[in-house]
Design a protein around this ligand. Structure first.
Ligand code: PLP
Length: 436
């Protein structure tokens, strides 16, 4: 039935194998045949509080039996949306106190891009339409969010893409070949300044970026990258949009990665961990400076059907309660430290190029040659398949790295199990990427 009916993202048509997950608890999930797996991916970097939380189901049921749904269009609203907006405003760094709800990450980035362009338009600079992004950025697959995503696959065959987007070099220290021997931050800053000057500062609306890039595997920039980028953008009147869809709500050991890097963006996009994926939801946060302009006398003219969905808001509130009550930010930092140390042991294996991490956002970069840092010629898919089939560990991959984003409730024993499983497969992985 699956093969006959379901269109899976990113699944080559010739593959007939399927693994259907049917239940879960904590950091574990079970398939239809009763096999248990360690979920080292938190599904898609989403399930902060782990699987199977009855408390979240109860929050949804209580809300659905009282008022299942009402929007926040015009003067109408609902109590849950107001409550959650207030809660997020207290958690987020100042001055991010205004909140717009979505049903996911791409939707949030669409709103952020519209807010940025509208902000300049209404302030009398309608020619500010250019958006700066980075190659290998991932911001979702909407027209705008896909248009600022920096992998060719999101553009080829779907054209024409969103106009007025310029892609910059990502701050990826492992890929030293990108910087011709220069310091990573110096190189990126010079390129940013040159690009703005070439395009014309009066034409640039915003720069969008993930604090830690997820698509190419937990790429953590040098500590001075974001502060200096933010300062340069500010000097040109360009807005900074931070895509915290993965990093927000504890993944990095903080509520928001902004707090780790000490940089507060003009617009911050969040989703995933807001509800731990129990129900789709997202939130875009901005400060009064932007909100005042984009709401203004004419109001903010665009809304989603499900904006401010009260059941999603109720689940988010209960999810934030769990994160607070169980100290999951501290656990992400502590277990992240422990798991990071254990993963670092794997760098003795010839196929491991680097281990990167911030909190519980991690990646193991694989290589066919440590000297040149060449990626595995056939990608990392065979390693992920072997991990799932032979070590009962589920994680995500990209062409270069194994991506590890476990639930924030991961225990030390589970961290050990994950590393042992990884080692058992990586010791048998050849430079061609095949597992013996
Ligand atoms: N932004 C980032 C950084 C993401 O990682 C993702 C999804 O993985 C998105 C945006 C898109 O979110 P969604 O799939 O909920 O639309």
């Amino acid at each position: 039935m699956d093969r006959a009916t379901l269109i899976h993202p990113t699944l080559p048509g010739h593959r007939t194998d399927r693994t259907l997950l049917v239940s879960g608890s904590g950091s574990r999930v079970r398939d239809a045949e009763g096999r248990e797996y360690l979920d080292a991916s938190a599904v898609l970097g989403v399930t902060q509080v782990g699987h199977g939380r009855a408390e979240l189901a109860r929050a949804a049921a209580e809300q659905m039996t009282r008022l299942e749904y009402f929007h926040t269009w015009g003067p109408l609203g609902n109590d849950r949306a107001v409550e959650l907006a207030g809660r997020l405003a207290t958690l987020a760094p100042d001055p991010l106190s205004r909140v717009y709800f979505t049903s996911g990450g791409a939707e949030g980035n669409e709103i952020a891009l519209r807010m940025a362009r509208l902000y300049h338009h209404r302030r009398g600079e309608p020619e500010r339409t250019v958006v700066l992004s980075r190659r290998t950025a991932y911001h979702g697959i909407g027209y705008g969010s896909g248009g600022v995503s920096g992998f060719p696959v999101y553009h080829e065959g779907f054209g024409p893409s969103l106009p007025d987007v310029h892609f910059l070099t990502p701050p990826h220290p492992y890929r030293r070949d990108l910087y011709s021997g220069a310091d990573v931050t110096e190189f990126c800053l010079a390129e940013l300044r040159d690009t703005i000057e070439r395009v014309g500062p009066e034409r640039v609306a915003a720069m969008i970026g993930e604090p830690v890039m997820g698509g190419c595997g937990a790429v953590v920039p040098p500590a001075d990258y974001w502060p200096r980028v933010a300062e340069l953008l500010r000097s040109y009147g360009i807005l900074l949009i931070s895509d915290e869809v993965v990093t927000a709500y504890g993944r990095t050991g903080h509520w928001f990665a902004a707090q780790h890097f000490g940089v507060v963006p003009d617009i911050m996009v969040t989703a995933k961990g807001l509800t731990s994926g129990y129900i789709p939801h997202g939130a875009v946060l901005t400060g009064e400076r932007v909100a005042e302009v984009v709401t203004g006398d004419q109001g903010f003219p665009v809304g989603y059907t499900y904006t401010g969905h009260p059941t999603a808001c109720a689940v988010a509130l209960a999810n934030l309660d769990i994160i607070e009550r169980e100290g999951l930010l501290a656990n992400a930092a502590g277990i992240g430290e422990y798991l990071g140390g254990r993963l670092a042991e794997l760098t003795e294996l010839p196929v491991v190029g680097e281990v990167r991490r911030l909190g519980l956002m991690m990646a193991v970069e694989l290589t066919s040659d440590r000297a040149t840092r060449r990626p595995l010629p056939n990608g990392t898919g065979a390693v992920a398949d072997a991990l799932r089939e032979q070590a009962a560990v589920i994680l995500r991959t990209n062409p270069y790295a194994l991506v590890i984003n476990p639930p924030l409730v991961l225990s030390r024993e589970e961290a050990d199990e994950l590393v042992d499983g990884l080692r058992s497969v990586l010791v048998r992985t050849g430079p061609d990427g095949h597992v013996r």
